[in-house]
Design a binder for this molecule. Sequence first.
Ligand code: PLP
Length: 416
Amino acid sequence: MDLTLEHARALDAADPLAAHRDRFVHHDDVVYLDGNSLGRLPRATPDALAHVVREQWGAGLIRSWPAWLEEARSTADLLGRVVLGVDAGQVHVGDSTTVSLYRLAVAAVRARPGRTRILVEADAFPTDLYVLDGVARDHGMELVRIDAPIDDGVRDEHLVPLLDDTVALVCLSQVHYRSGALLDLAGLTALAHDVGALVLWDLCHSAGAVEVPLAASGADLAVGCTYKYLNAGPGAPAFSYVRADLLPTMRSPIQGWFAQTDQFAMAPGFDPVAGIDRIAAGTPDVRGIVAVREGVRTIEAAGVQALREKGSALGAYVVALADAWLEPLGFRVASPRDDALRGAHVVLEHPEAWQACQAWIDAGVVPDFRTPDRLRIGLAALTTSFEDVWTGLDRLRTIVGIGAHHGYSTERGRVT
Ligand SMILES: Cc1ncc(COP(=O)(O)O)c(C=O)c1O
């Protein structure tokens, strides 16, 4: 591959998504390689939020609720159609990913009474491990960790030996947060279904970055956040997916009034609606939902397939530059090299990654750091250019090449 800056610019010139970059706010010339942690601000979002606050809240006051409830439903369906490729009525938007995961995990184990085990990837995102540990304890179940190499993630051979009819639930991330490994959602779901288990997918690092074959695979349940590739902003509400035919069997542990049939009858007994809102809890975060709508519209304008293609191309470009420039400096590509097995972030491991990360930030590049020694390079197809990648990795090779990172603390903390 041609590794010159001119070639990076030529790749940008030929990029069919290049024009989408202008739909986002770019304040300074920072090289932002962290769109997989917090996506950029869409230009349309501030005005959309101002409308909700000034007109609908300020002027409309409580009379705006019918429109807000309609907004909550239509945004959930929009996200389902655009990002997850599923029919309406199966997605709920609200609460955090952590709360959503808890809610669906409990509903799932309740739907498989008598089964005693929950399986989770050993290197799952910590909140998933914590939540499932609590769910297992509270239900007298065993939490079993699926061991798999971090870089490549869970494949059939890691899951199959653990599957039998004692398994109620399997929880996996479609794209692994620490390596970018992209799992076979359809194949792993089918294996779990063979023993009658339900599967709950964490889509935080895949929604808006890769195709999510929920419908085609008959996947059961999924959750994900909206502040990464969906560009809905810090703390924006998460989404939950429940396959329509499972809804009657899903009983949320949070029996809130927004799930109640004829909510304003104010009846004392809980009688949830039949549809997806049976997993709702309390009053929806309207401002957050409007930000989700605007974020999802940025995905809709490009299409998930085009995003996936560009994300793969950017990833392959990172790997090529890393092999040529960074491998001689002690870096190792800690993500699958095969584009088909990798999501939209690439991880570089280096024994001094923590120091390199701080020096990199001071050099105007924003990456992410993940333990133990990993620099995570997020490639948000809508906003990351090939030139960003070239410039970012060029600065990293300079820093580590001259040892500038040695001037930084080895004491770890939060950098981004
Ligand atoms: C894979 C994964 N799962 C779960 C979470 C937790 O999300 P939240 O903080 O929105 O509950 C994150 C957050 O980054 C994540 O990356």
